[in-house]
Design a binder for this molecule. Structure first.
Ligand SMILES: NC(=O)c1ccc[n+]([C@@H]2O[C@H](COP(=O)([O-])OP(=O)(O)OC[C@H]3O[C@@H](n4cnc5c(N)ncnc54)[C@H](OP(=O)(O)O)[C@@H]3O)[C@@H](O)[C@H]2O)c1
Length: 301
């Protein structure tokens, strides 16, 4: 079987490629960076540039499934022009894939796109299932809603569409955990605001297994990709500190301080999303790292 991945060179993509190759899947990938293109028998890179509309359509040869992860990082300062890049990198890349498939013969049956739990309105009381229709009134809410709408158009081509709403990914090699560890390692770990906001997290290995599970079982629709046990921000910081045996007793960092430091992007740290994993569990998915302790022991060992 052959799968085409966009964003294959990123944090999640790298791990997903490893998992697919281990399982005998041949991987094609589209990269915006010519220096990242590699050609091996089971792993081949192709160039694209969603901004200029360029795409090497050989990337689609014999491909049955597309896994679409590409998108500019949301953890860089949100200037007006960078905000545009965050949206465009997702919307234009999705549109370019759609146009290429519309115009060229192909065997694609299924597209599985990354999405994010940032679509759910920040709340300390709601538990979010996939059928929730409200969108968070924030820049991230807008980004995810636009991205998901764009992905839906593949249905017009008779292609199955799945959207994976990803939570906070915990991984050894990057992402949010690496940033959180910096102050904690210096003994400067502390929660943000009152620390009660929910963090729906997921171990990167469980996340890549969810993509693989959705692909193997040809599941359509929206799936949350979060562990079944979200925690509060306080609990997350405390558990990270305990795992690496560092103290964590500083007062919480007030919101206005982080707003001064990060600008509008501070919202990421204070948004509260208690997201349910029920739907994917009901399909028979088994988490290897359901509890935060177990996930952190594995990643930080
Ligand atoms: N990590 C998380 O906690 C998390 C949580 C929720 C959702 N997500 C979503 O999941 C997806 C993958 O996340 P990740 O953590 O693996 O991200 P990542 O490490 O930042 O990688 C994203 C990849 O997207 C491609 N890319 C970057 N800028 C681009 C642009 N302007 N146009 C087209 N492609 C571009 C790059 O690949 P090339 O250089 O090869 O083109 C990059 O390797 C992202 O869309 C992200 O928003 C992640």
């Amino acid at each position: 079987m052959k799968v085409l991945i966009t964003g294959a060179t990123g944090l999640i993509g790298n791990e997903l490629v490893k998992l697919l190759l281990q399982n005998g899947v041949t991987v094609h990938y589209l990269s915006t960076s010519k220096s990242k293109l590699i050609t091996q028998s089971n792993y081949k890179g192709y160039y694209w540039n969603p901004k200029s509309g360029q795409i090497n359509t050989n990337a689609f040869d014999d491909v049955e499934v597309i896994i679409h992860l590409a998108g500019a990082s949301v953890s860089k300062r949100w200037t007006l022009s960078y905000k545009e890049e965050i949206i465009n990198s997702r919307v234009l890349s999705t549109r370019l894939l759609f146009q290429a498939l519309s115009k060229n013969q192909n065997q694609v049956q299924h597209i599985i796109s990354a999405s994010a739990i940032g679509i759910y309105p920040s709340s300390l009381t709601n538990v979010y299932q996939e059928d929730n229709k409200q969108v968070d009134n924030s820049f991230l809410g807008e980004v995810v809603a636009k991205w998901e709408n764009e992905v839906s158009v593949f249905e017009r081509l008779g292609i199955k569409v799945s959207k994976v709403r990803i939570g906070l990914v915990l991984a050894q090699n990057g992402g949010a955990l690496k940033e959180m560890l910096r102050p904690i390692k210096l003994g400067l770990g502390s929660a943000f605001g009152n620390g009660n906001q929910y963090q729906s997290w997921i171990h990167i290995n469980d996340l890549t297994q969810i993509f693989y599970f959705i692909m193997k079982n040809k599941l359509e629709g929206v799936y949350n990709a979060v562990s079944p046990y979200p925690v509060s921000n306080k609990e997350l910081i405390k558990t990270i500190a305990n795992t690496i045996k560092m103290p964590c007793f500083l007062p919480n960092v007030p919101k206005f301080v982080m707003k001064l430091v990060l600008g509008e992007m501070h919202q990421i740290l204070f948004a509260s999303q208690n997201v349910s994993a029920r739907k994917i569990l009901n399909k028979g998915f088994q988490f290897k790292y359901a509890s935060l302790d177990k996930a952190l022991q594995n990643i930080l060992k």
